[in-house]
Design a protein around this ligand. Sequence first.
Ligand code: ZN
Length: 495
Amino acid sequence: MTARPDPLDPSAASLLGEGAYAGSQVSYGGATYWLERSPDGAKRLVAVADDESPFGPFAGTTERLDGKVRLLAETTTDNARALRSALPWLTPSRHGLHTSAGFGDRLGLSTPGHVRALNAVGAPIRPVFAQQSIREMGRCHRTPRDVLDDATWGAFQAGWTSPVGGDADHLEQIEDVDTTAAAGFAFFTLDPKARVDPSAEHADPATVRAKVEALDWPGLESDLPAFVKKYAGRRIELEHEAVELDEESVLRAMAKYGPSLSHAMAMYRRLTEKAGDYEVEFAVDETDYPTKPAEHVVVVSELKRLGMEFISFAPRFVGRFEKGVEFIGDIGELRRDFEIHAQLARALGPYKLSLHSGSDKYSTYPLIAEATQGVVHLKTAGTSWAEALRVIAANDPDLMRRILALALDSFEANRKSYHLSCDPARIPTEPTDEEVARLLDVADSRQVLHVGYGAILEEFGSPMYRVWNDHEEEHYRIIADHFVKHLEPFARYAR
Ligand SMILES: [Zn+2]
């Protein structure tokens, strides 16, 4: 049973100090907690109770006040942990098959905006506020604990009192499992793409067979004849069609994904040793070719045979899912692709289909929401960052010009490992104020800025955080408006 807050202590409202976030105030376990902001932007945790007993886990100062005890505590990582144990709904937990959405937040500032969007939409969509890939954490110099703690403070500030997830996104190495499990994440996205063999896509049959024969079959706890017997000639009846597996296509699927399965299982086994309450997503969305139905069947069935339990699967869908812009490709073909993968997810699972690089793909949401009947996870990563840049553009156009110049200078390095089709040559190098205001609306500059976050934050982090700090309300409003557009298409199927 999920913990819910107690009715708010009626005397607590009168204790709110200057700069308090009134909406954060919540009573639970004999104490009332809220967040306050000082004029310089620093935030602190305040709590009151009849005695000191609820405040043991917190580091801070206590004082007597009108017969109560008041705690003042800084927003440190230890106090974030203490707050998660004091207010259990802030501790990431499993969302299971519920409709869910991941709100990657590179800055650690956006969660209150995400909460507003969820509240505005009002559907039972389960949030994952803490979500960042290891690649992004590296570029942003954040630790897994930073990601989790920022989301904790943001959700608390905005008064969120329902379950939250916590996605350790795109884990590729076994060590990534250790650090993110220790931090307290509850959702682990295993991505063995480095060991997927894209050359199997177009290899001739003899090469495919040689690749399959060379697989580590003992490590896969099987052998080639057993594999062929299991899949070749199999027919999987779905609701509206059937998937036929011929020998050629299952061998090709195994040649491509086989090497990655052992590694995924090694990460998974490590996870079972390290993490407590967790769920797993298996992701191949960043591979070179769309995931064919036969590949979906083979990968998922082999992982299940090996003992992996997962709650969601992220195939690579047809068309192009580039960072920060609309879907590029044939939308009819994508609809067919969603339908077949969703039927497979029901037939072989059920598990959720996960839509990655899911931000700004407005044309796709109604299609995947319907195809999956809400058994879906929407994962957005950098779009909160791109939208946060609007606050900079509106309030400090000169800073924005310098940011753009750096993003253009460092673009070739920044674009690595991202799918992009922007042309930097089309971006004005000395934009006017009006052009600055439109940088996030034009695909070329939006993508260049989208992937430039590492270099940009490294160089301009301090002045940028000052702007966001001074214009917090505007920032939340922009994020909320943006995410309402993402969440609304899922509302009628949310479950
Ligand atoms: Zn992804």
